[in-house]
Design a binder for this molecule. Structure first.
Ligand SMILES: Cc1ncc(COP(=O)(O)O)c(C=O)c1O
Length: 366
């Protein structure tokens, strides 16, 4: 269901691959081609293809030398993987609340959380929203802290005339099953500096550099590569990323316009300068008291709606973690008020989009 429009280009590429492919990155050239194309498309210099987005975070943390006791600033409303990866290194996730307009990291609350131990800030483009990455990059730069952009949900996004993924020192993309480019599992790291590229590359590729020599950083590498066959799938989907991105953005504007007229629904307010959103999901807020009933009502009408994420500091899967008692009111509001649709819905015609609008209207008026 989540391959964009069951894209026939992917099937064709897979058929060709079956006949011709060298299945291993070291012999083939497709992973390298994808790394180059993906980085260039996202206004970035270097790409390292990896086996998933969660591992991409671990690789970056290893590359920056994250160690026990270091602190990483991240939004309290985000995906479970982020604090989990921070904790893998014995480092401390320092949560900052999100802004109430679009539920991305509140840049005005970052400075008060920066300490001598802060190693990096992560901004997450999530639930259709684009984080205020120019301001956050500036704060990170002024404090000599690394800035990581989580673009797992935001392939092809544009903010202030630059692609998402080009603002961070590092950025992370996922090619997981529900992503805008999917290879079932997979991901990509983008970065700007050659040394960072070599470090991430060596960690991913058993300690070797792209020229196959052993890395000079003393890094013991893992086997975290994306396969050739997955790279072929991603390359085929990249052909449509721009066109589908434009279509999805139009659908998001269409839904915004119509949902804005419905009482009990609040549309997100993107930061000015947002030109293409994190399109993996389109999301809107509804009153907390009606959300569950509305969700069930829409599902019965065959409308593929789902809830957002959790305020991660309250995540059951991070039980025992010291941050559980913290309060981040807007992250909690996001957890309790968001409804979303996944991106394939945004490629449907306007009649189908109106089904969602009408469905919500019917529920409110019933
Ligand atoms: C915002 C965000 N970051 C990171 C990830 C992790 O990516 P993966 O599922 O490829 O490990 C996801 C996955 O959904 C995500 O949504």
């Amino acid at each position: 269901m989540f391959i964009p429009k069951q894209n026939p280009k992917v099937l064709k590429a897979l058929n060709e691959a079956y006949e011709n492919l060298d299945w291993w990155k070291y012999k083939g050239d497709k992973a390298y081609e994808l790394e180059k194309k993906f980085a260039a498309f996202h206004d970035s210099r270097f790409g390292v293809s990896v086996c998933n987005g969660t591992v991409a975070l671990d690789i970056i943390f290893k590359a920056i030398g994250l160690k026990p006791g270091d602190e990483i600033i991240l939004p309290a409303y985000d995906f479970f993987s982020l604090p989990k990866c921070v904790m893998n290194f014995g480092a401390v996730p320092v949560f900052v609340d999100v802004n109430p307009n679009n539920f991305t990291l509140d840049s005005s609350k970052i400075s008060e959380k920066i300490t001598a131990k802060t190693k990096a800030i992560i901004a997450v483009h999530i639930d259709g929203s684009v984080a205020e990455v120019d301001t956050i990059a500036k704060i990170a730069g002024e404090n000599k802290i690394i800035f990581i952009e989580d673009c797992a949900q935001a392939h092809g996004g544009i903010y202030k005339n630059k692609r998402l993924g080009s603002y961070g020192d590092f950025s992370v993309f996922s090619f997981g099953g529900v992503k805008l480019v999917t290879t079932g599992q997979g991901g990509m790291i983008l970065c700007k500096k050659e040394e960072d590229y070599h470090k991430c590359y060596a960690i991913t590729n058993r300690g070797l550099l792209p020229n196959k020599k052993v890395n000079p950083f003393g890094l013991v590498g893992e086997n975290y590569q994306l396969s050739e066959i997955q790279s072929i799938m991603a390359l085929a989907q990249m052909e449509d990323l721009e066109e589908f991105g434009e279509q999805r953005e139009k659908a998001m504007v269409f839904l915004d316009t119509h949902l804005d007229k419905i009482e009990s629904v609040e549309i997100f307010k993107p930061f000015s300068g947002t030109q293409r959103r994190a399109q993996m999901r389109y999301s809107f807020k509804v009153k907390e008291l009606i959300r569950e009933d509305l969700l069930q009502f829409l599902l019965k009408k065959n409308l593929p709606v789902l809830k957002g994420y959790n305020s991660v500091n309250k995540e059951e899967r991070l039980q025992g973690n010291f941050t559980k008692n913290e309060n981040h009111p807007y992250s909690l509001q996001a957890q309790n008020s968001i409804l979303s649709v996944f991106h394939p819905f945004l490629l449907e015609d306007e009649g189908r989009l109106m089904d969602l609008v009408d469905g919500i209207g019917d529920f409110i008026n019933s």
